[in-house]
Ligand binder design. Structure first.
Ligand code: FAD
Length: 444
């Protein structure tokens, strides 16, 4: 049964997140964007307001919110600042491999600290020479007794400069690709870990992004999240749960741009009237609105799939792909509605455009989402309709006249061009594509 109503608790949660976003995020977002700085005090406030790590199960001291709840929170914060939304959500990304692993000791030790003590977790698969190709990880994990020694560099690590914990994916042998990938939970204060300088970025400048180097970092066996051969699947399972939230970033950012554009269009005058009176502007607004609404439905569906323990890989990819691509289109059209002012730093659109551009890149680029969907279609998708060569298209016989249809004799279809031949035998060759009779298949 379908139900698109939010529960009373979810409506309260949405309202709470909106109030937090309007009070604590929106007023400071442009300042920290200009400063290229992650405001830790805002993260602290987000933690105190229950917006960070809220999806940690109650048994580990968290609120046990669903992914659907997280999608509601994230949309509101992203509407105020996609960069801060990234940093606020990042701890959920960082702790997801712990949650999904079978290492109960690590869960008992680290999840309560994230839930209760404002400890931040970050997530690290990407490296300076690798992002999309997760099986191509080079960071080396060498067994030393039951421990592992890590050497290598991770790059693009969101919150890496401020995180206490890191979910790190490494390999026992780069040549073994998927089979070699393993995962560990590291504490950033451990010896041998060096945090790089904050990477200067085009947008999402309120979020911290760094490289992290590991030199002979000893990881005790208690901190293994996935042994060699199981790390790749763990990373993919993590993405299946986190990609819907990237979709929510897109929904929030696009909704903000739409709301600003709507406001501007109702006030800006040209040719003696408000520009909202022009049908060209109305059509833009209508397109933007339908994209925001569609994106929200897709992200909610993907989050719901995950909450129902269904296989959410495909819906996660669809929501991430659609919501992030349309977010860019919506923000771009908002900028157009603002005219020249859209291109200035005096109005919010240029920042949202810079921020939103990242969404098509991290947590699997749009191209990678398309690869995932194409792979699913080609290998797993179950068609409901019959194969083309078995299609019962009897164009010459009236289906209401059963007698005529049954006296039609045999029917053959050319598998190459689709021509249908009515006779006891197939033709010697197809009169359209000239393939021989062997190309014909009898259909019922
Ligand atoms: C600000 C920021 C924050 C990030 N945060 C994190 C983080 O916290 N943790 C983390 O691990 N990573 C993080 N990333 C890394 C991010 O996930 C990668 O940048 C992303 O996966 C793409 O990898 P890449 O940059 O190496 O590009 P590449 O993989 O080198 O790809 C380059 C281009 O080629 C395309 N491409 C690659 N392979 C294929 C293919 N088979 N078919 C078609 N096209 C292909 C890509 O789509 C892309 O357009 C972050 C990145 C940024 C910019």
């Amino acid at each position: 049964m379908l139900n698109f109503n939010l529960t009373e608790e979810q409506q309260k949660l949405q309202q709470k997140a909106r109030s937090f976003a309007l009070k604590e995020v929106l007023p400071v977002a442009w300042y920290y964007d200009e400063q290229d700085e992650l405001p830790m005090e805002v993260l602290r406030k987000a933690f105190d307001a229950g917006m960070i790590g809220s999806d940690i199960p109650k048994e580990f001291g968290g609120q046990g919110l669903s992914l659907m709840d997280s999608a509601l929170i994230t949309e509101e914060i992203a509407a105020a600042c996609p960069g801060l939304a990234t940093s606020i959500f990042d701890s959920s990304l960082g702790m997801e491999p712990i949650l999904l692993s079978s290492n109960t000791d690590a869960k008992n030790k680290y999840l309560p600290a994230i839930a209760k003590d404002f400890k931040l977790a970050a997530f690290a698969t990407s490296e300076p020479t690798m992002g999309s190709d997760v099986a191509g990880i080079r960071c080396r994990a060498v067994a030393d007794g039951e421990d592992y020694i890590l050497n290598g560099t991770k790059y693009w690590i969101t919150n890496g400069g401020v995180a206490d914990y890191l979910s790190v994916f490494a390999t026992i042998d780069p040549k073994s690709r998927h089979e070699g990938i393993c995962a560990f939970l590291l504490e950033t204060k451990w010896p041998g870990i060096t945090i790089g300088r904050a990477i200067p970025k085009m947008g999402q400048r309120c979020s911290n992004t760094v490289g992290i180097n590991f030199k002979d970092v000893r990881v005790p066996k208690e901190n293994i999240l996935a042994p060699p051969g199981e790390g790749f699947v763990l990373a993919m399972k993590t993405f299946a749960r986190t990609r819907p939230i990237i979709g929510s970033f897109g929904v929030g950012a696009a909704r903000a741009a739409l709301e600003y554009a709507l406001d501007y269009a109702k006030k800006r005058r040209a040719f003696g009237m408000e520009i909202s009176a022009f049908q060209a502007i109305q059509f833009k607004l209508a397109e933007m609105y339908q994209k925001v609404e569609t994106s929200r439905l897709l992200t909610w569906k993907a989050a719901w799939d995950s909450d129902q323990q269904l296989d959410g890989r495909v819906s996660a990819s669809i929501s991430k792909l659609y919501a992030t691509e349309t977010a860019l289109e919506v923000v771009n059209e908002a900028l157009q509605i603002f005219g020249g002012y859209g291109y200035t730093k005096m109005f919010p659109i240029e920042k949202i455009l810079r921020d939103v551009r990242l969404l098509r890149i991290y947590e699997g680029t749009s191209e990678i989402q398309r690869l995932i969907l194409a792979d699913y279609l080609l290998k797993e998708y179950q068609s409901a309709l019959p194969p083309l060569e078995d299609l019962p298209l009897h164009r010459l016989h009236d289906p209401r006249n059963e007698k005529a249809a049954s006296s039609a004799g045999k029917v053959w279809r050319c598998r190459i061009c689709g021509h249908v031949h009515y006779d006891e035998t197939p033709p010697v060759e197809c009169p359209y594509c000239f393939f021989p009779h062997t190309a014909f298949k009898e259909i019922q």
